[in-house]
Ligand binder design. Sequence first.
Ligand code: PHE
Length: 452
Amino acid sequence: MTRADRDGFTTTFGALLATLGSAVGLGNIWKFPSLTGANGGAGFLVVYLAATMLVGLPVMIAETMLGRSARADAVTTFDRLAPKSQGWWKIVGWMGFAAALLIMAFYSEVAGWVYAYVFKSMTGEIATTDPKIAAVAFGGLVSDPTSSLIWQWVVLGVTGVVIAFGVSRGIEAVARRLMPLLFVLLLVLCVRSLTLTGAKQGLAFLFDPDFAKITPAVVLTALGLAFFKLSLGMGTMLTYGSYFREEQNIPATAARVMLADLSVSLLAGIAIFPAVFAFGFEPAAGPSLVFMTIPAVFTSMPGGVVFMTVFFVLTAIASVGAILSLLEVPVAILSQRYGLGRKPAAAVTIAMIAALGVPAALSQGVAANWKLFGLNPFDLFDFLSSNVLLPLGGILICLFVGWVYGLAAPERRMAAEGTPLARWTIRTVFFLIRWVAPLAIAIVLLNGLGVF
Ligand code: PHE
């Protein structure tokens, strides 16, 4: 695509919604609660909030600004904006390409579990508050190689069909209309969960921090989650920024998306943890936590089976926006740099994900012992992307904006001529981008990986 025929978001509000569609997904409903539970609760939440505001938000602004300035894919952007750098900065874009494939390899599997749970909700198989029965239902699904692979392929197939028929825009529009409904269902879940006997303990777990549990590895996980949640450090926001209009207020858009995304995650947490303690689930259960606890909460309310089915349908739909935005990184790179059409580029990308997805899909079963650094393929892909590639990409993006490229024209103008508040905001953000974010990420990364 040339610059002139590049598609873009036609309205400022549309751009905001698409960005939100990328951010909100399985990360809120599945990853946030699992990690919060596995890493001790409130203390982790505090670190995650700090990471989101002090690092996530500035990185999001920096990354989106880059895309809007270059109007190109994640690799080409760095060539365009730093023509004298002999192409070294391009590596950031290729790291994003790799991260997108790694994330999709396990994300598509988790989305597959959600699809499967739509059907399991309808048959009533998972309508139980008994941790043992719930564990058997989940274990039976994920340990079976055939069903794991098939559900993953269904997800990839649906994604392919959405792209092939050129209905991504339409589907995203539908998804957006349905998201308020997911929000409402989460609210209902919260009310039910909070009124269960024993709910208090769950609230304390989520909101009363015990900082003794915060190790360097936990801090890195919280930072990785902040990146994953806001789709940062791998070129998604950069690519979306390339479709933004010149007058889009990027700091305001980023702040809104961050706040909305946080509220969905917190609601999911409040829906889950009281129930975890009320029914005797294990908060540190990991990836299975949500798939056992959410059905339990629904089961304990009237009409539970219907609401449960609707909930999983909506969660599946919410994952579409995130999946399309993940695919957009490789698709934009392949189509812009290698002249592939968007559809062939998507087909190539999906084929690569399907290949990488096999070991991820089998990780709770036959591949459970295929370990590298003590992690099965599913956990390894997650760790490599969230805890290594995304933070590393974040550092490089901050250094690029802070020290090589600088602010984009509209932000420079805002810093010089805007209202006092706008000037102050831009200067603070730029200070965070130059100093605070890259240093903080570097320290957390090195410390969390045990380098020092
Ligand atoms: N933010 C998405 C979620 O929380 C996942 C995602 C990560 C999407 C990285 C794009 C890029 O579900």
